[in-house]
Write a protein that binds this ligand. Structure first.
Ligand code: ADP
Ligand code: MG
Length: 392
């Protein structure tokens, strides 16, 4: 689960990670009020679009101004705009709020982040002197400019490791204490808040040698959110895909994709294989959906409803391996849901496993329209044949 920058900074403050003074505002008037409270010495402020995507600076979503009128103007321009960045996709994201902050006198922009490294099964701290820009580009062109420090999950971050990172970032002596505190506390947030990622880009050194987080990005492990009711309250449903939000209400593992084949599968591995094979047959999945090994009638109906409410779906493909979810139970669920939702789209079903013959009988007796196929290849090819415009 992602959160906004202003929320991430709120969390950082709780962990004593230095961030600029600032507050969120939902209207230009509020933005001016925030700026008045900030009372910066030089009257310089930054107005920053709050969306769940990076690259806002380049997209025109971050403005540095030098008066209260400037704050109002910037907030007017940014709130309500459809902000397009390299992370939003071409349609962009509508901005609902801005973070108004004191502007900092930046001497250097650095980078630091923590993610879980799957290969070593350890958290890894990544840091670079090339902050502020696309870290992906640095990783591609100058990978040696990113240092990595792997943390033992039981022992935790050791002081020498924090120092190693700070030295690699060439932190000036005056800022060293701040930097070490920041690195130590960043690791603490990562662990205690069950984060999937924390990222500060840029981490800045100011002209007077202070060190702090100018940007803040936090992504939480959704499977651990039950432990953090305070963090769940940060969730902004407007930033998420409406169909995904709906699916999450029924504990369905659903991810919206760009194709037009609605896939209903049990088991994440089979769901991935299903997407691969239909792609191979010239079709593309409209979604990833794993209804789980023990899906109930209700879950199936909700899954069906979500697939059908997706306007891009032209064909529905059900691919089930009957294990805990037996094929007859599935067939009953499908028939019920197809009737109730008055399903009109072509439906391709492939089932294997427990009670498959009974399942097929139930489908055959139901009177609903569908095509049933034995093999995954035949089913995928059938699916593609129903598409208005096969991809390949
Ligand atoms: P994004 O990563 O979405 O582009 P950032 O928060 O990193 O947004 O801001 C982009 C750039 O804007 C930063 O690299 C920095 O140069 C400038 N900036 C952001 N916040 C401030 C601030 N408080 N004071 C001065 N400059 C800022
Ligand atoms: Mg940034």
């Amino acid at each position: 689960m992602k959160i906004h920058e202003y929320q991430a900074k709120e969390l950082f403050r709780k962990y004593n990670i230095p961030v600029p003074e600032g507050q969120v505002a939902f209207t230009p008037d509020e933005a001016v009020q925030v700026a008045q409270i900030l009372k910066t010495k030089d009257n310089r402020y930054v107005v920053k679009a709050q969306i769940h995507a990076g690259g806002r600076g380049k997209g025109g979503g971050v403005k540095v101004v030098d008066s209260l009128d400037g704050v109002r103007e910037a907030a007017k321009q940014i709130i309500g705009m459809q902000l397009v960045t390299h992370q939003t996709g071409p349609e962009g994201k509508k901005v609902k709020s801005v973070l108004v902050e004191e502007a900092s006198s930046i001497a250097r922009e650095l980078y630091i982040s923590i993610v879980l490294d799957r290969a070593t099964a350890r958290p890894v701290i990544m840091a670079s002197q090339d902050g502020g820009m696309d870290i992906e580009e640095v990783a591609e062109k100058n990978p040696e400019r990113i240092i990595k420090e792997f943390i033992h999950p039981v022992i935790g971050l050791q002081p020498y490791q924090a120092r190693k990172i700070a030295y690699a970032l060439n932190i000036p002596a005056e800022g060293m204490k701040d930097a070490l505190k920041l690195i130590t506390n960043l690791y603490k947030v990562f662990i205690e808040a069950d984060c999937a990622m924390v990222e500060i880009n840029p981490l800045v050194v100011t002209t007077d040698n202070r060190v702090f987080a100018l940007d803040a990005k936090v992504d939480f492990d959704s499977n651990a959110l039950f432990r953090h009711p305070d963090i769940v309250s940060y969730r902004d449903l407007d930033e998420e895909d409406p169909l995904e939000v709906e699916a999450s209400r029924y504990n369905l593992n659903y991810i919206k994709l760009e194709g037009n084949v609605g896939c209903l599968v049990n088991g994440a591995g089979l769901a991935m294989a299903t997407m691969d094979i239909i792609k191979q047959y010239g079709a593309a999945p409209a979604n990833f959906l794993d209804v789980g090994g023990s899906a109930t009638d209700e879950a199936l109906e909700n899954a069906f409803r979500i697939l059908l409410s997706d306007e891009t779906v032209e064909v529905v493909f059900i691919n089930i391996f009957g294990g805990i979810l037996r094929c007859d139970k599935l067939a009953e669920g499908v028939v019920k849901a197809a009737r109730k939702l008055e399903m009109r789209l072509p439906l391709v079903i492939r089932m294997k496993g427990t009670n498959v013959d009974l399942g097929k009988q139930i489908l055959a007796d139901s009177g609903i329209q569908y095509a049933v196929e034995e093999t995954l290849e035949a089913a995928a090819s059938k699916v593609a044949s129903f598409l208005k415009q096969p991809v390949a």
